[in-house]
Design a protein. Sequence first.
Length: 124
Amino acid sequence: MSDFLKQFGEEVKNNIPGYIAVAVSEIKSGISYYSDSAIASFDPELASAFNLEVVKAKLNAISALGLNESIDDILITLTNQIHIIDISDNNEYFIYLAVDSSKANLGMTKALLNKYKKEISGKL
């Protein structure tokens, strides 16, 4: 499993402008399958663990409201960063991506992330 995740990480790191960090984690267990950061002080596994709580809260809200919906992604815009939480189609894992908002184009970032996500979807 690690080879295709390493390739995924390299593609994201090398091709998404403003790349800061990425992590791929399982929703049920919180286990991080892959993580990488361009900034030594930025811990993507820790960020992913906190964002897992955001994902679980939103899934619980959808269930409590009786909505027949699923989460595509969650976008968090900070002062200088954009954090994207992209949920797999089967709701089993999520990709957490942080980018520098001064260097990233949101549309391009999401398009590239979707492209790379499709490449790993069948392998997890």
